[in-house]
Design a protein around this ligand. Sequence first.
Ligand code: 0O2
Length: 214
Amino acid sequence: MDYKPSNVDEIDKWEEVQLVYKAALKQMRTKLEILSADFAQTHKYNPIEHIEARIKSSESIVKKLKKNGYESTIENMVAKVNDIAGVRIICSFTSDIYRIADILSSQSDIIIISVKDYYKNPKPSGYQSYHMIVSVPIYLSDRVVNVKVEIQIRTVAMDFWATLEHKIRYKFEGNPPRHISESLMECARMVSALDDEMLCLNEEIMRLDAMKEE
Ligand code: 0O2
């Protein structure tokens, strides 16, 4: 059953929403920490560099609802905002993105709601990342609810670019001067070239290692 806020007063409803999304974030974080520890131990290689997790602020949720033309109600927050709980997974190589996405997709309690592949199809801004909206079951005292979590998977280089671009966009309130947007596009191309080169290099190192072991 998809999560819907209980029919209680607004303050209790908001507290329940926060509890449920914090639980979903904790659940997803734990899954990823287990995965990371297992990779490090079993494969002697860990595709997960680090993990970040956050609950979207109420101001940002209201702003997103407004931007998309919805009234600011708690019901709309839950139904229309997919990234109240968000996890970002930073990895080394572009191949790791799909490795992690495949593993998460194969976990039987994770339901994939949607996928946006901004690595294969970067945004016009130059933004690259792999996004999944998933839901995870949360066991409450009287029911089990499926709660949405946004997962962003990207390389260290993509993350570096996205963080800077986000800062610039914020500074210029979404409208940076043209020469800055053009420089960012150029940097995005460099990020893409760097990721491709690093992946080739890593594959070459792995080939040499495999030959040594034969
Ligand atoms: P914040 O402040 O980072 O949370 P949806 O979430 O699917 O309902 P949307 O916005 O179409 O709606 O989803 P999309 O395109 O998958 O983007 C979701 C998030 O990706 C954004 O959340 C950003 O975190 C990140 N993102 C998307 N495009 C860009 C971009 O061009 N530059 C940077 N730096 N990040 C981007 P929010 O809510 O917009 O912002």
